[in-house]
Design a binder for this molecule. Structure first.
Ligand SMILES: C[S@@+](CC[C@H](N)C(=O)[O-])C[C@H]1O[C@@H](n2cnc3c(N)ncnc32)[C@H](O)[C@@H]1O
Length: 331
């Protein structure tokens, strides 16, 4: 069991943070690993300057962060995550970098406020690797996976109020159907919402997965588990992922130095569409130069060794020099 210990200070550097007791008791947590997706490509596009300041907005288990930090000499890496458990693991993993790495429990939608609170200079790069980590998916008690028996939770930040059980048990049927359709792109959303409402109360992942599987019409052989889209939609709703991404996309470019690189990895079409549109808008306003005309995907070889990479899409942009008003008039 994890203790409900809260952060006493919201930012710490990796050398200074003492171990939490639960981490030493829970071997699985201590050894959790996550193979970073498109790691070489992300690092290449970030073009790390050894003295630069970088933000990993979704540090997770520190897979990308280790690679960034090891290229820094006098530079710094700020790692954000809203999951205290992920930060505990990445702080352990990054402890040898000492004060070069600073971790903050924060939502990336607040990236500009965090930068201000830490008095950061404009940064040379921002990485966002969206979605959930394998640690979250593979920890049954977190309730993210239909494959593992656990409570219907799905909160990335365990301090937030709403769990998946709250949404499943308290949302009106038509609203639930809309949510499944909109966030999970679930074509059977109406039928699934109806059986969920009939089966209430639903408190566990197993129960929900069974109820949803019973509601699906069979359309030949299906590649996905019948509850995949329902779980995805609920996770996005519980964590208000699209709202957070929208704020991040609006606010992050203010933190970048001219020439700074911004790399975003997304895992489903709703996220990727938002990234594409916001990069395009900022490009048209002369704030960014979009470097990836076409989205970048992992190779078959990467997908073969890391199946979680299969839906990844990467987009990269570079912050432009602000144009002086006189130059704007002349152009
Ligand atoms: C795919 S994992 C990142 C994995 C990481 N790049 C690595 O190599 O270990 C995504 C992480 O982003 C975090 N996350 C998701 N949404 C977030 C948000 N709005 N603010 C901060 N962290 C968020 C999750 O808690 C999770 O740990």
């Amino acid at each position: 069991m994890t203790t409900k210990r809260r952060w006493t200070s919201w930012a710490f550097n990796c050398a200074a943070r003492p171990l939490w007791p639960w981490r030493t008791r829970d071997r699985k947590v201590l050894t959790a690993s996550h193979t970073p997706v498109l790691a070489e490509e992300a690092l290449r596009w970030l073009r790390i300057e050894p003295g630069g300041t970088y933000v990993d907005a979704t540090i997770g288990l520190g897979g990308h962060a280790v690679r960034i930090a090891s290229q820094l000499t006098t530079g710094r890496l700020i790692g954000l995550d809203r999951d205290a458990g992920a930060l505990a693991i990445s702080s352990e993993r990054l402890k040898d970098f000492g004060g070069k790495v600073v971790l903050v429990q924060a939502d990336f939608s607040r990236i500009d406020e965090v930068a201000q609170e830490l008095s950061l200079p404009p940064v040379q790069g921002i990485l966002a690797d969206l979605g959930v980590s394998s640690f979250q998916l593979d920890t049954a008690e977190r309730g993210f996976s239909f494959r593992l028996a656990g409570p219907l939770d799905m909160r990335m930040d365990s301090r937030s109020a709403t769990t998946a059980a709250d949404i499943v048990n308290e949302t009106a049927e038509s609203e639930l159907a809309d949510l499944l359709y909109r966030l999970g792109e679930e074509r059977d959303s109406r039928r699934i919402a109806r059986v969920i409402v009939r089966a209430r109360p639903i408190r566990s992942t197993e129960h929900l997965a069974t109820v949803v599987a019973g509601a699906r019409t069979s359309r030949g052989r299906q590649k996905l588990h019948p509850a995949t889209k329902t779980f995805l939609a609920l996770r996005i709703a519980v964590n208000r992922e699209l709202e957070a991404l929208g704020q991040f996309l609006k606010r992050a470019s203010a933190t970048l130095a001219p020439g700074g690189r911004w790399v975003v990895l997304s895992y489903h079409s709703l996220e990727d569409r938002m990234v594409k549109q916001e990069f395009r808008r900022l490009g048209a306003e002369g704030v960014l130069n979009v470097l990836t005309r076409k989205v970048l995907r992992p190779t078959d070889a990467e997908i073969a060794v890391n199946p979680r990479a299969r839906s990844a899409k990467m987009r990269v942009a570079e912050k432009l020099m602000p144009v002086a008003p006189a130059e704007k008039l002349a152009s």
